[in-house]
Design a binder for this molecule. Sequence first.
Ligand SMILES: NC(=O)c1ccc[n+]([C@@H]2O[C@H](COP(=O)([O-])OP(=O)(O)OC[C@H]3O[C@@H](n4cnc5c(N)ncnc54)[C@H](O)[C@@H]3O)[C@@H](O)[C@H]2O)c1
Ligand SMILES: O=C(O)C[C@H](O)C(=O)O
Length: 349
Amino acid sequence: MKVSMLRSVQSALKRTSSSTGGHILRRDFSSESGPNRKVAVLGAAGGIGQPLALLMKLNPLVSHLSLYDIAGTPGVAADVSHINTRSEVKGYAGEENLAEALDGADIVIIPAGVPRKPGMTRDDLFNINAGIVKSLCTAIAKYCPHALVNMISNPVNSTVPIAAEVFKKAGTYDEKRLFGVTTLDVVRAKTFYAGKAKVPVAGVNVPVVGGHAGVTILPLFSQATPKANLPHEEIIALTKRTQDGGTEVVEAKAGKGSATLSMAYAGAIFADACLKGLNGVPDVVECSYVQSTITELPFFASKVRLGKNGVEEVLGLGALSDFEKEGLEKLKPELQSSIEKGIKFASQS
Ligand SMILES: NC(=O)c1ccc[n+]([C@@H]2O[C@H](COP(=O)([O-])OP(=O)(O)OC[C@H]3O[C@@H](n4cnc5c(N)ncnc54)[C@H](O)[C@@H]3O)[C@@H](O)[C@H]2O)c1
Ligand SMILES: O=C(O)C[C@H](O)C(=O)O
């Protein structure tokens, strides 16, 4: 990629603010300051993994980029390693190389596993992905127990509780270091809201809470900024579109997988926020599915303040509209049962 092209990607990314108003990749691509940070991507040869590897290679906060998959990673690593940015890239293929891939990682991003086809729910992926996540988390507990884990593999509502149980069994669990990546829901809510409200998307913020599947995805448009006073029917439609955003992509791809490019973008935003938190940047806030006490559910997505040890503070829900209060009560049984399913799987297998 030419420098001029890199600069135009950079300025496009600069225009997109996170919920904190910070910017992904807002630094100069050639900047090499900051502490060494190793980021490992597990599932790096996949539909999400490849563009995510590219975006992490563009992030100057990363000094070492470790790309792991069961196959195909040497090619992906050779490809992105030619990009003239800070990080040194290594590709690892096959389980025998997983230890080295993880060794010393500060952040492990997991998009490993199968995606949906039309007609499937995320929970239909459980049987395959639960085992993949369990074995990868067993290795994380062994080789980089202090890493921040960014879980992308679906069903996130269950894979995060699985990871927690694996880490508990290994004696390495730290609830501050485990995150379900729900950033794509926020990215979608911002995009859809900006379209309806007819405001520039770069200045939009919308918290999304709950979980990451269907009705468990609860965008809080009553807290969206800038305020737009949209009619209630439009809020209902926006909520439904955000909840069905993944399905919209699955259907459009017609059997060729689910969201990959927008997910890579969302994953890169969330990893960037984690890196900034680790590096001591103040007031970094993103929504994420984490261990939580803000409702009666043990895991819940809400705004989270990130810091040097991962989660610094799980922020409350704030004032909800009656429609959102109703949505919150509706999502609880499904989210509770997905959490229990994950815990049961991890404790029995
Ligand atoms: N959290 C979210 O918002 C979100 C968004 C989109 C997709 N997803 C999920 O992300 C996952 C990946 O989606 P994708 O489109 O990239 O799928 P994909 O099939 O294109 O890629 C998955 C990759 O995982 C690899 N893999 C499988 N088992 C592995 C293992 N044991 N160790 C390492 N790598 C392994 C595969 O070889 C493949 O390269 C799916 O479960 C999907 O549902 C989540
Ligand atoms: O919908 C899916 O299966 C993938 C992902 O969870 C998404 O929200 O796009």
